[in-house]
Design a protein around this ligand. Structure first.
Ligand code: AMP
Length: 183
């Protein structure tokens, strides 16, 4: 399966992606994790991305798309993948379509995690990541509303909407039930 997960910061995409990746047998590709790994290793990509991430802004599309392109070219992504945190702009979605077109494939579905703002803030403050200060969280939400939410219209024919409140297991069960309907 080739899936994209969409939802506001703190919606639980990463948590669900890790479980779904095991169950579906496809790699979990998180652009946030890839950036953080590059920052940790001090690569040129990490150095370039850090100031954007620290401020809660998006890393420029060209940098992000190149990173995803090389990750999708790896062997384990040949038969499917779960993209978590990419695309985050309509421009990135267009680039993804182009990349997949070159590989002769398309997305099967776009899973939207639907969650209230109160729950999102609670979850982010609980995980305590470096970019989870109140000011940066606010900016990431603003960026989500402005840059990423338009993807929901863009992908309207592929959206599978999941009520993403409740326990991790409940949300996973709902997601698996919806994905099983696609088969
Ligand atoms: P995440 O782990 O998905 O919350 O991403 C953490 C941060 O990495 C975001 O706030 C952005 O600064 C950056 N980032 C992750 N994915 C993307 C993307 N697709 N495009 C641009 N920036 C991204």
């Amino acid at each position: 399966m080739r899936l994209v997960l969409v939802g506001p910061p703190g919606a639980g995409k990463g948590t669900q992606a890790a479980i779904l990746s095991e169950k579906l047998g496809v790699p979990h590709i998180s652009t946030g994790d890839l950036f953080r790994a590059n920052i940790g290793e001090g690569t040129p990509l990490g150095i370039e991305a850090k100031s954007y991430i620290d401020a809660g802004n998006l890393v420029p599309d060209d940098v992000t798309v190149r990173m995803v392109e090389s990750r999708l070219a790896e062997d384990d992504a040949k038969n499917g993948f779960l993209l978590d945190g990419f695309p985050r702009t309509v421009g990135q979605a267009d680039e993804l379509e182009r990349l997949l077109g070159n590989l002769g494939t398309t997305l099967d579905a776009v899973v939207q995690f639907d969650v209230s703002e109160d729950v999102v803030v609670e979850r982010m403050l609980a995980r305590g990541r470096a970019d989870d200060t109140e000011e940066v969280i606010r900016n990431r939400m603003h960026v989500y509303d402005n840059e990423t939410a338009p993807l929901l219209d863009h992908y309207s024919d592929k959206i599978v909407k999941i009520a993403a409140e409740g326990t991790v297991e409940e949300i996973n069960d709902r997601t698996m039930a919806e994905l099983n309907k696609l088969k």
